[in-house]
Design a protein around this ligand. Structure first.
Ligand SMILES: Cc1ncc(COP(=O)(O)O)c(C=O)c1O
Ligand SMILES: N[C@@H](CCOP(=O)(O)O)C(=O)O
Length: 411
């Protein structure tokens, strides 16, 4: 059986794989869930949780029937991604003054970010089509994840990375997995534009989130949250936004769960952007119908440094479907929230901390009630963006001579 696609803008169906429809809209995978039964699925997914020795042990491929049923098991390239912790932190709960908050730590993924949920599916798909050369443009997390899966699949990866405002750790991780990295003057948005124009003639498989298979894999984050909470959804899901792939995937995943009868309530979504890179929040809060790109986005949260999010139309749909709200937070608010999350023992990179910063703001503005419950999605690992961490923490490092008196003074 072949994968089927539909355009999110003109709604015309398409049989073959592509990144965009001829009208320019992004595509998404269409599934037929008619033959699936919710009770049977719950038992199947539960059973797979305890089976550690096959691809279904992955927190993505556990839900294969809802993501990519057509793919032969032997074509799966997996590093048992997903299966990340869902933590209830008293420290964060009390600091925010909310009834209940959980943190979904996608930072625990094998390459250290939520990208792995989508990348395992994209690279498996690309290789099954016969591709051996994979590419993306990236601020560093997409590329680290791509390079890891390409290496696992014994394929090659080629990555475009902006020269400014990226984290060197992520670039080094990408290179260490064997990717060829090409730096360029410009932003993530320029890189995406380049591939939209030249990707096809370069004959490579593109692994950015314009690829509908990436979104299929990323849907599993909300499946895991639902399963982790025994299929009872919280009032709110709080998520950071850059290219808006994660929000698009979240919306698609929620639709699936509802359609299948696995959940009976759709939570509301709060999308948080960094102030210096918040074109989507600006559009929604002003009630505008088109996004106005920001040519030079700038935020300390390197992963959110995106001025022209490719998935904004899909994301706008999700806002409608979930009665979603948006807000933006300053770099200071992000760092303050990051300190709290790190201190709680969970830890994350700055982009992820935008969620807790945003939740604090939305509670203060009473747009979220303190008696409600929320899950914040932490998208990347604490050790991803250490330039920022070094600047913030080094002044707190203590020095002493190794004498009882000198060390004792600090203890
Ligand atoms: C750690 C991290 N958080 C958040 C985001 C933003 O997610 P999205 O681009 O899907 O909106 C990204 C990159 O995209 C990221 O790498
Ligand atoms: N932060 C991202 C940028 C978005 O990339 P995409 O995978 O959604 O295309 C990164 O890590 O590069």
């Amino acid at each position: 059986m072949q994968l089927k696609f539909i355009c999110c803008d003109c709604h015309v169906g398409q049989a073959g794989f592509d990144y965009r429809c001829s009208c320019g809209g992004l595509l998404e995978v269409v599934h037929d869930f008619k033959h699936l039964d919710a009770d049977h699925l719950k038992i199947l997914f539960h059973h797979r949780l305890s089976d550690r020795m096959n691809p279904y042990a992955s927190g993505v491929w556990r839900y294969k029937e809802l993501i990519y049923p057509e793919l032969p098991e032997s074509d799966i390239i997996t590093k048992y991604e997903g299966n990340t912790g869902l933590y209830a932190s008293n420290l964060i709960q009390q600091s925010l003054g909310i009834r209940k908050v959980w943190l979904k730590a996608q930072s625990e993924n094998p390459s250290g970010s939520f990208k792995d949920n989508g990348m395992t599916v994209a690279v498996s798909h690309g290789r099954s089509l016969g591709y051996r050369r994979f590419t993306c443009t990236s601020t560093g997390n997409t590329s680290s994840s791509l390079a890891m899966y390409a290496a696992l699949g014994e394929c090659n990866s080629y990555v475009l990375v902006p020269n400014e405002q990226i984290s060197i750790n992520k670039v080094l991780q990408t290179m260490a997995y064997g990717a060829k990295v090409i730096g360029f003057d410009g932003t993530y948005d320029d890189g995406i534009r380049f591939y939209e124009k030249h990707g096809r003639e370069l004959g490579m498989y593109i692994c950015n989130s314009v690829n509908p298979l990436r979104i299929e894999g990323q849907k599993s984050i909300i499946y895991e949250i639902a399963q982790g909470l025994n299929w009872e959804m919280p009032d709110w899901i709080v998520i950071p936004g850059g290219a808006l792939s994660n929000l698009s995937a979240l919306g698609k995943g929620l639709n699936d769960l509802r359609q299948l009868g696995l959940i009976n309530k759709i939570p509301r979504v709060a999308l948080i952007q960094a102030e210096g890179a918040s074109p989507f929040h600006r559009m929604i809060s002003r009630g505008e119908s088109e996004i106005v790109p920001i040519p030079r986005p700038s935020t300390i949260a390197s992963a959110l440094n995106i001025g022209n999010p490719p998935s904004w139309r899909k994301a706008r749909q999700v806002m409608k479907q979930t009665e979603g709200i948006t807000c933006s937070v300053s770099d200071e608010e992000i760092m303050e929230a990051k300190t709290l999350i790190d201190r709680s023992g969970i830890g994350c990179e700055p982009a992820s901390a935008a969620t807790v910063a945003g939740l604090r703001k939305l509670l203060a503005e009473k747009r979220i009630d303190k008696n409600e419950t929320a899950v914040c999605i932490l998208t990347g690992n604490l050790l991803k963006d250490t330039d920022v961490l070094r600047e913030y923490q080094m002044s707190r490092l203590l020095y002493a001579d190794l004498t009882l008196e000198s060390v004792g003074k600090w203890l």
